[in-house]
Write a protein of this length. Structure first.
Length: 71
């Protein structure tokens, strides 16, 4: 099973919360949202503590993309 799948196991509430934040951002930018998640399936941990890349690694990955993002 890929690591990105395993990290959400038992943490569907956290995944649901993350998804809702992305939906809000999409709508703010004028995009339509068409991938609803059923709230009743949002069970388990509300915080994600397992990551594929550490925070430090994520920053390095973003910096390597040469975008104008504030990091």
């Amino acid at each position: 099973m890929p690591p990105e799948t395993i990290r959400w196991k038992g943490k569907l509430r956290s995944l649901y919360t993350r998804h809702q934040k992305l939906v809000k951002e999409m709508r703010k930018r004028g995009y339509e949202h068409n991938s609803p998640l059923p709230k009743e399936l949002a069970k388990g941990a509300s915080k994600q503590k397992d990551y594929v890349n550490s925070y430090k690694e994520q920053i390095l990955i973003l910096k390597a993309k040469n975008c104008s993002c504030r990091l």
